[in-house]
Design a protein around this ligand. Structure first.
Ligand code: SF4
Ligand SMILES: [Zn+2]
Length: 99
């Protein structure tokens, strides 16, 4: 997988988790809470170790590499933050990632 793809997906993941944390855990400009920081760290590691090239969308992946607990959490984050961006017309953040 190209560095560009990894960087773009990292950026998208980060943005989605930031929005979720800000809206649910009332973090504002002081970084993520412990729970969301743990989730983002996990998701970034999965991305770095993704064996697929080209990488499919995670939601379409047949060898989904997330542990069930993390998969459920990231899905919730993606669902919530995806709707957040739709409501604000930020379609540029929705091009790729949904899990
Ligand atoms: S779920 Fe599939 S596509 Fe997503 S990071 Fe894991 S192996 Fe790669
Ligand atoms: Zn949080």
């Amino acid at each position: 997988m190209s560095r560009k793809t990894v960087d773009r997906e990292r950026q998208t993941l980060t943005r989605f988790v930031e929005v979720y944390c800000r809206e649910h855990h009332h973090r504002n400009g002081n970084g993520l809470c412990e729970e969301c920081g743990d989730l983002l760290d996990y998701a970034r590691k999965r991305l770095e170790r993704c064996p697929h090239d080209p990488k499919p969308k995670c939601k379409d992946c047949e060898t989904h590499c997330y542990k069930p607990e993390y998969r459920a959490r990231i899905k919730e984050v993606m669902r919530f933050s995806g709707m957040h961006f739709v409501k604000r017309g930020r379609m540029d953040w929705l091009i790729k990632y949904f899990l």
